[in-house]
Design a protein around this ligand. Structure first.
Ligand SMILES: Cc1cc2nc3c(=O)[nH]c(=O)nc-3n(C[C@H](O)[C@H](O)[C@H](O)COP(=O)(O)OP(=O)(O)OC[C@H]3O[C@@H](n4cnc5c(N)ncnc54)[C@H](O)[C@@H]3O)c2cc1C
Ligand code: FES
Length: 257
């Protein structure tokens, strides 16, 4: 059930250039699943008024804590990056439909492909897949080494490859270039990142089961304002879907990207 809660900041640190990891504590955590997101009101002031959608990166139900990883780039996320331990943040969530962990069975292999700030939701997913006995292969692309994060965390869970545009970390090029070389053997893929990457993956692995998460612009986050409407591919049940409430995760081939 979607709830609104004033959650408490229990940790906040910069983990790469302008990339922050923030952990919040509150009851909403009990309802969270990987691939869902929260909508955060970063300030009690009128400006910035609109909430910011951020993915759930890590869930710790025992401690009632969850973690987000975000890039401080605009007004809202910069205000968020100034929060101190003990501050309260107005959180609406958990929102949307996340990644179907049950799409991968025990003993199978899942390929997780992320680009930039699309990598965070894949962390909780990788944890939950591993807990089900699913092997995970991680392939993540970043612009440069200085904005890359969580290598140690992902490496603990499975085979991990980093790709950068300029070659400052790992393979030089796009994630799809490395995938063409690696030719990984897998049963299902899960991905989150820029649209061109999701598009390329969907056609590259046309014959595979796959799920993509779309991080498009949003308004209300709860299906009421139509700001996030997207056309579907021909032959689908509905002509349009709302990314916030029907997604953000869709099976490959459903949304026109
Ligand atoms: C489902 C979902 C999950 C996301 N998860 C993450 C995450 O885990 N980490 C992360 O860093 N970013 C994530 N984003 C993108 C993040 O929401 C935007 O970068 C952020 O809202 C920009 O706010 P700002 O204050 O920095 O920029 P501003 O320029 O001040 O924002 C102005 C307005 O534009 C909207 N906006 C601007 N860029 C985007 C964008 N790319 N997507 C959606 N709205 C945008 C903001 O919501 C705000 O209303 C996610 C987006 C969606 C839809
Ligand atoms: S953001 Fe309002 S309907 Fe999706």
């Amino acid at each position: 059930m979607i709830q609104q809660e004033r959650m408490t900041v229990v940790r906040q640190r910069e983990i790469a250039k302008n990339i922050f990891e923030m952990t919040l504590q509150g009851q909403i955590v009990q309802e969270m699943t990987p691939g869902q997101f929260v909508h955060i009101r970063v300030s009690n002031l009128l400006d910035p008024l609109l909430r910011r959608p951020i993915s759930i990166a890590n869930i710790d139900k025992n401690a009632n804590e969850f973690t987000i990883i975000y890039r401080a780039q605009g007004k809202g996320t910069n205000v968020l990056s100034q929060k101190q331990i003990g501050d309260e943040v107005d959180v609406l969530g958990p929102l949307g439909n996340g990644f179907p962990v049950e799409a991968a069975q025990q003993g199978e292999t899942a390929l997780l492909v992320g680009g930039g700030i699309g990598v965070p939701p894949l962390y909780e997913l990788a944890k939950q897949l591993n807990a089900r006995g699913v092997r995970t292969i991680h392939v993540f692309g970043f612009q440069t080494e200085e904005v890359a994060f969580y290598e140690e965390e992902f490496t603990k869970l499975g085979e991990t490859h980093y790709v950068t545009d300029d070659g400052s970390k790992g393979f030089k090029g796009f994630v799809t270039d490395l995938l063409n070389e690696l030719k990984p053997d897998f049963d299902v893929f899960y991905s989150c990142g820029p649209l061109p990457m999701l598009r390329a993956l969907s056609s590259m692995y046309e014959d595979k089961k796959g799920y993509i998460s779309l991080e498009e612009r949003m308004g209300c986050g709860i299906g009421a304002c139509f700001a996030c409407v997207c056309k579907t591919q021909e032959g689908q049940e509905k002509d349009y879907v709302k990314i916030c409430s029907d997604g953000p995760v869709f099976e490959k081939g459903v949304v026109k990207i």
